[in-house]
Design a protein around this ligand. Structure first.
Ligand code: FAD
Length: 382
């Protein structure tokens, strides 16, 4: 069945995670004709630690997310431990809120629609082509759509990365590959206002409270851990993750639960470009920050804020397409690339048993260094 329409949209957004959705909300609020394609149907669960740094608070409230009314858990302290259980406790000056993506993404999608955005759920984009100064998009259900601008917010990896021959795809094949797992734990005794980050060999696991009295338990592990245990998540958890005595009780609780975890694979942290084939990338599609930084969502929303202003300048004829692309790339790098690099460095250290243990012992004596490291992965309110 064809689902094409005759409208030429101001902007087509591919991917409805936090990056794409917040961009759709802002463009719709500015009175622009925007269409967003999401291959899944809201609400749905996805792998994410669901910790939203407070730097996004003002922005989210401004675009209409009623955070103040939602009674979300607020995190102000953290604990990090080495694979053997040596722990550092510290305050989280910036702090964050815990909200499930199941709730947040649907809320943003409905908000965008209420402001006039066209949200096409269950619609996978299979191709995007730039010709004659506009984009043509094709969807898996046979639709074709046209737009003056196209933004790629399709996350860590998608069919379109290969279709657009993005350079990072080939380079990533030689990189370390990771697998990520997420669960919501019910009824565990988790300390209030706390984020915990527990290392294990070649990976780390984050825990924090989220809306609804649940505890989010998400981790990332080198795929070799999984392969070494017959591709069994439960067995890998027993043999590798549960060697950390501080993590063990949570995973024991997880194994008693009936709901299976959500798992994603083929994660790499290779540098990406912000523009490919004139498509402007944002969120994880532009650059994936290591999860331990707890800030991938912030980076996606920050990029949407930056991009919204520039897209309006283009649509109002104040800058050319070339200027838009150059300006976006420059500003994005200035704003976000240090955080990605810092996250990547920490990511390499985390999961190395002796280095993590030594690092934690050093930081216990130098609390100001912990603040410096935390600031490297966080940004300012915008
Ligand atoms: C284990 C783990 C823990 C994390 N914890 C945190 C945390 O606590 N805090 C934090 O801020 N960040 C965290 N992150 C990072 C965070 O989840 C991501 O940075 C964030 O989800 C990126 O948002 P996005 O909008 O760019 O992409 P996504 O949220 O991945 O959304 C992309 C969307 O595009 C859709 N899509 C893909 N291809 C197509 C297509 N062809 N057509 C239509 N739709 C398509 C997908 O279905 C998806 O819904 C974590 C990540 C991991 C792996």
């Amino acid at each position: 069945m064809s689902t094409s329409d005759d409208v030429i949209y101001d902007c087509a957004i591919i991917g409805g995670g936090v990056a794409g959705l917040t961009l759709a909300v802002q463009l719709a609020q500015s009175g622009r004709r925007v269409v967003l394609f999401e291959k899944e149907t809201y609400p749905f669960h996805r792998v994410c630690g669901e910790y939203i740094s407070m730097e996004n608070y003002d922005f989210l409230c401004r675009i209409g997310v009623p955070l103040a009314e939602m009674e979300l858990p607020r995190m102000t302290r953290f604990t990090v431990s080495s694979p053997s259980g040596v722990a550092l406790h510290h305050s989280l000056d910036i702090g964050g809120l815990g909200i499930t993506r199941y709730v947040l993404d649907e809320l943003l999608a409905r908000l965008a629609a209420r402001h006039g955005a066209t949200i096409l759920e269950g619609t996978r984009v299979t191709d995007v082509v730039f010709a004659d100064d506009q984009f043509s998009l094709t969807t898996a259900n046979g639709g074709t759509y046209r737009a003056r601008l196209a933004c790629g917010a399709w996350g860590k990896h998608a069919n379109l990365d290969s279709k657009l021959e993005r350079p990072f795809v080939e380079a990533s094949r030689k990189e370390r590959q990771f697998v990520a797992v997420k669960r919501h734990l019910e009824g565990v005794d988790f300390p209030e206002a706390m984020v915990e980050m527990h290392n294990f060999k070649d990976g780390y696991c984050g825990l924090s409270p989220v809306l609804g009295g649940l505890t989010n338990c998400s981790y990332i592990s080198d795929v070799r851990n999984l392969r070494a245990h017959g591709n069994s998540i439960a067995e890998m958890e027993r043999q590798v993750l549960m060697q950390n005595p501080l993590l063990r009780p949570y995973l024991e609780a997880a194994h008693r639960q009936a709901t299976p975890p959500i798992v994603i694979s083929q994660i790499t942290f290779r540098e990406r470009s912000t523009v490919d084939a004139h498509v402007l990338m944002l969120g994880d599609a532009a650059g994936t920050i290591a999860p331990l930084a707890g800030n991938g969502m912030s980076m996606g929303m920050n990029a949407s804020f930056l991009l919204h202003g520039l897209l309006l300048e283009f649509l109002e004829g104040r800058i050319s397409r070339t200027e838009l692309e150059q300006h976006y790339t420059r500003t994005w790098r200035g704003l976000l690339s240090l955080r990605i690099t810092a996250g990547r460095l920490f990511h390499q250290v985390f999961g190395m048993p002796w280095l993590t243990t030594t690092g934690i012992q050093v930081l216990k004596r130098l609390p100001f260094m912990t603040n410096v490291l935390l600031k490297l992965t966080h940004g300012r309110a915008y």
